[in-house]
Design a protein around this ligand. Structure first.
Ligand code: FDA
Length: 455
């Protein structure tokens, strides 16, 4: 949709920034709502900076499985009859019965990626790939922000609402910079082929979570002559709590409980249940790693080494290698490990929405920690002069709880956002009828001579 600038600029109901699973689920919700007919269609455009759909491609390790039930796919928790379900995908791929015989709730990650790609292809008419959003600007009519201009690669998309779903940013330890020999786990499969034809002698993998354990196992298998040193501050890899009562923390209802809880109860819940998601590993993988360590002990060929209660203090690149300094937190002793590659499986931080929002950032309410104040419908609270909506998918752990950055609630959250967008549109339309002379209530699509100025 090429956009003429100025007052004739068409306005869509929403522009989604980022097209990972979160906004994909939203696109499907829009598609299904429009296809059902009988209501005013919702117009939407999704902008994704990758050239095609991709979900953590650098970590699509062949035998890695999902950490969430396939029933928490893009739609089922919202509408179990949707044709966009994982089961519909399996049926179309001719694997439904094989999957059932497998008796697992947890598909391969590679398979789930294929499911996401399959779903994304079915709503491709709403998506622009290779379209990085660089800024979001307010469109002001008579002092009221009635819409946003979303800028991407020289094009402008005007919308009554933006839904920011930029995902997570890789986090490296302080002082560590990614390079040819220092990788974040996100880039594992993208970078590993650069080692083809070389004969790596040692890898160091820092971290104690699922990604760290997966990377350690992967490198150990892929390079049978190399030593793999896992560096973790814990005493050992610890299991993810996926027991049924604890798992309720990811239920749609838990979002209501968490949202309404006092601040100290929120932080208590995050503390109690962090081990459902953070710095924890699937039990099967822990056992597989332990078996390898023990087997090598028996054989006297220990090449999978765990440096526990330890931390990375430096990584210096020398000719063809990286010197990794590891400090034992028990003794303070420092060991320098010359390695071919250091992989930091040190997690992610949610994307900060404010840099993208430019001058709009000052119109958003923040809490005492500087984080966005987000309403139950995932809309950032803004000052009264902003009528257009800024919604967050992700980055709301402080307000909506642990499922914020995960897939568990994607289907329901998307429906809630869409409902909010539609309800507000209806309220505004009603206000237009009630107060036709109110300038701020002028229909955004009118192309009147007053739209298009930036605050
Ligand atoms: P996601 O990060 O997937 O997508 C964001 C998209 O926005 C990206 O495609 C990015 O390119 C794009 N983007 C960012 N900025 C942009 C801009 N300015 N302009 C345009 N596009 C922009 N969770 C779970 O529940 N179960 C699981 O099994 C797993 N497994 C898992 C494995 C691995 C290796 C990781 C790293 C993470 C998980 N997760 C997970 C958690 C993960 O956050 C979750 O699966 C989803 O990726 C969240 O989807 P989003 O769409 O919110 O973000």
């Amino acid at each position: 949709m090429p956009q003429p600038r100025g007052d004739e600029t068409p306005v869509v109901d929403l522009v989604g920034v980022g097209f990972g699973p979160s906004n994909l689920a939203l696109a499907i919700a829009v598609h299904e709502r429009n296809a059902a007919g009988g209501q005013d269609p919702v117009s939407a455009v999704f902008l994704e900076r990758q050239a095609s759909f991709g979900w953590h491609r650098g970590m699509l390790i062949e035998d890695a499985t999902m950490q969430v039930s396939f029933l928490k796919d893009l739609v089922t928790m919202r509408d179990p009859t949707s044709s966009f379900s994982f089961l519909s995908y399996l049926h179309e791929r001719g694997r439904l019965i094989d999957f059932v015989n497998h008796k697992s709730l947890f598909p391969l990650r590679i398979e789930f990626h294929d499911y996401l790609e399959w779903a994304a292809a079915r709503v491709a008419d709403m998506v622009r790939y290779a379209a990085e959003v660089t800024t979001v600007r307010p469109v002001v009519v008579d002092g009221i922000v009635t819409a946003f201009d979303v800028e991407s690669g020289g094009e402008t998309f005007r919308a009554r609402n933006v839904v920011l779903a930029g995902g997570l940013r890789p986090a490296l330890p302080p002082g560590i910079v990614a390079s040819r020999r220092v990788w974040h786990s996100r880039d594992l499969l993208t970078n590993v082929d650069s080692l083809n034809g070389t004969d790596p002698a040692r890898f160091v993998v820092v971290g104690a979570g699922q990604s760290a354990a997966e990377v350690t196992a992967f490198l150990h298998e892929r390079f049978p002559a190399a030593e793999v040193c896992g560096v973790l501050s814990r005493y050992g890899y610890s299991p993810a709590d996926d027991s049924p009562f604890a798992n309720r923390i990811f239920d749609p209802l838990a979002v209501d409980d968490y949202f309404g809880a006092p601040a100290q109860v929120k932080s208590m819940l995050l503390g109690y249940h962090a081990n459902t998601n953070y710095s924890v590993v699937d039990t099967d993988l822990i056992e597989s790693l332990y078996r390898r360590v023990y087997r090598e002990k028996v054989l006297g060929t220990s090449r999978l080494r765990l440096l526990n209660v330890s931390r990375l203090t430096a990584a210096e690149e020398t000719a063809g290698r990286v010197a990794v300094t590891v400090e034992s937190m028990l003794t303070g002793a420092r060991t320098v490990l010359p390695a071919d590659v250091l992989v930091c499986a040190t997690g992610y931080a949610p994307a900060d929405p404010f840099p993208l929002l430019g001058v709009l950032a000052d119109r958003c309410h923040r809490d005492e920690r500087g984080l966005a104040v987000v309403e139950r419908d995932y809309r950032i609270r803004t000052d009264a002069g902003v009528r257009a909506g800024i919604y967050l998918q992700g980055g709301t752990e402080h307000t909506h709880g642990l499922s914020s950055s995960l897939l568990s609630n994607t289907a329901v959250r998307s429906a809630e956002i869409l409902e909010s967008v539609c309800e507000r549109r209806q309220e505004e339309a009603a206000a237009d009828v009630a107060e036709p002379v109110e300038p701020a209530a002028e229909p955004a699509l009118s192309g009147s001579g007053r739209a298009g100025t930036y605050a």
